[in-house]
Ligand binder design. Structure first.
Ligand code: FAD
Length: 482
């Protein structure tokens, strides 16, 4: 296989057989999948794209990953690292050429070490996020990364996308939760950066380079994660509001009133809740009357449940006094709190069931959010009459999922044909407020063209220099990000 102008030419039959034989010798016959066995690894979570692969490789150890990367390098075979395949930007599936291998980390699920004194956990990159949360809990610690895909997504995928989720407001995103990394480079070397240090100013920060790189610079095989004390109590409330502007006011009020105890602040439009009710009628409907917007607010206390209740009740009392809140429901049991979070976490699933939509995962200054929603809702209504905006997200982080679905009665395919035009309206509005076109999902293959339009020439040139330095043959997840 050779690289022609950045593209990779296919292997001939003999070279292909020799390459697959070498992979089998490294990982074992059963762990080199081909033909129909590859199918479960080739379609993205949203079912919008199915690629093809020369093979799916399933290594069990870092040494096997390194040996497979060297085999790919020698044969000139591109590699697509894959974790739980829950990414939303088509980053973990190969293109349609069938020239690349998928390198799945699914068998690398070891928790290597838990250090309760340093409050760190060292894990294989294939560990499922939920399992890591559970392992932390078993040692009376908290690993706070939390997102609706946590039952399937992997730590390697979380770090490679710098995942956000619902607790960023208090604990930061995946980057902030990672102290050290182990990475197999594009050359097949192992960089052991598994340091559990909170301070380490020894030159360029390689860890931060690989985090958020979406598998385009190397393969993350292990990580040192940061743990936190478990709160004594966590309480959740659902608050009904008249507008996004009221939600911003409530955010400031809650931050002033609760300080670092405010751990979650999620915005949802009425349309989102309606969608969840339609698709998942068994879920609770805690506020019966309709309101334009809702906020899910979570408060955690390291003291007691009474303290958490005091903080939450004080916040809500002020919100009602100031005319900010229209209605509210407070969870008094763990099951009730879970019921409230279930509503929020079922929004992406309800959307997926309801049909295709045009997704936007945008970041804005918190102060710009209300104006952005009003302006962009109006622009979309003007250009695409009757379209449905599914607006929800992590308001406390300035992160909105601002998704646009077809008007009632229109076929999804007809509406998706307008994707570029819809994106143009939304992204122009994002640019007006100095925002970002990707807050937490990354770029993948889906937003690669948009990235070129929204980054400066200087920023793109710097990114290309990094890629060229670390992966000069463009074998690491080609066609993604850049
Ligand atoms: P994959 O989808 O397998 O891969 C994602 C990217 O990382 C790909 O580019 C892949 O090549 C690369 N990659 C994977 N593993 C490695 C590795 N070991 N080394 C190098 N590169 C690698 N995301 C959020 O940030 N916040 C949310 O709140 C959120 N909610 C979601 C809710 C639902 C219902 C779904 C389906 C997704 C959601 N996501 C969210 C997106 C997704 O779950 C995250 O991006 C997650 O971090 C991806 O992890 P994964 O293991 O599935 O990665």
């Amino acid at each position: 296989m050779s690289i022609e102008g950045g593209r990779h030419a296919s292997l001939g039959a003999t070279a292909r057989a020799a390459f697959l034989a070498r992979c089998r010798a490294i990982a074992g016959d059963a762990q080199v999948l081909s033909g129909a066995d590859c199918a479960p690894y080739l379609t993205d979570w949203r079912g919008r794209f199915t690629g093809a692969a020369l093979a799916v490789l399933r290594p069990a150890t870092t040494d096997q990953v390194a040996a497979l990367v060297r085999a790919c390098g020698d044969a000139g075979v591109p590699m697509v690292p894959q974790g739980g395949r829950t990414g939303l930007v088509q980053g973990s599936v190969p293109d349609a050429s069938g020239d690349a291998v998928v390198l799945s980390l699914a068998r690398m699920q070891r928790i290597r070490q838990l250090d309760p004194v340093n409050r760190t956990m060292t894990v294989d990159a294939g560990c499922i996020l939920h399992d890591v949360q559970q392992a932390a809990a078993a040692s009376a610690c908290l690993f706070p990364l939390s997102l609706a895909a946590e039952g399937s997504c992997s730590i390697g995928g979380n770090l490679s996308t710098n995942a956000g989720g619902t607790a960023v407001l208090r604990y930061g995103n995946a980057r902030a939760l990672c102290l050290g990394l182990e990475v197999v480079t594009a050359q097949g070397d192992v960089w052991d950066g598994l340091r559990g240090l909170r301070k380490d100013n020894t030159g360029y920060d390689l860890r931060d380079l690989f985090i958020g790189a979406e598998g385009t610079l190397g393969i993350i095989t292990g990580a040192v994660l940061q743990l936190f004390p478990r709160p004594k109590a966590t309480l959740t409330a659902l608050v009904a509001l008249a507008s996004p502007s009221a939600a911003t006011t409530l955010l400031l009020l809650a931050q002033d009133s609760c300080g670092a105890s405010l751990t979650g602040f999620e915005l949802m439009s009425h349309y989102c809740l309606q969608l969840v009710q339609q698709q998942f009628p068994a879920l609770p409907r805690p506020i019966k009357q309709e309101h334009p917007y809702y906020v899910l607010l979570e408060v955690a206390s390291s003291e007691s449940e009474a303290h958490a209740a005091h903080l939450l009740e004080r916040t809500l009392a002020t919100a009602f006094e100031d005319g900010v809140a229209q209605d509210a429901v407070l969870s008094s049991t763990l099951a009730q709190a879970q019921g409230l979070w279930d509503i929020r976490e079922h929004i992406p699933l309800a959307q997926a069931r309801a049909g295709h939509n045009i997704k936007h995962d945008i970041a804005l200054p918190v102060s710009a959010i209300a104006g952005f929603i009003a302006r962009t809702d109006a622009a979309l209504a003007q250009h695409f009459a009757g379209c449905q905006v599914v607006c929800f997200g992590h308001l406390g982080d300035g992160n909105l999922h601002y998704n646009v679905a077809a008007p009632a009665g229109m076929h999804d395919a007809d509406f998706l044909a307008s994707q570029d035009a819809v994106n143009a309206v939304v992204y122009a509005s994002v640019a007006e407020d100095g925002g970002s076109i990707s807050a937490e999902h990354g770029i993948g293959a889906l937003k690669r063209d948009a990235l070129v339009r929204h980054k400066s020439a200087v920023e793109l040139a710097l990114m290309r220099s990094v890629k060229q330095a670390l992966d000069p043959r463009n074998l690491m997840n080609p066609g993604k990000v850049l």
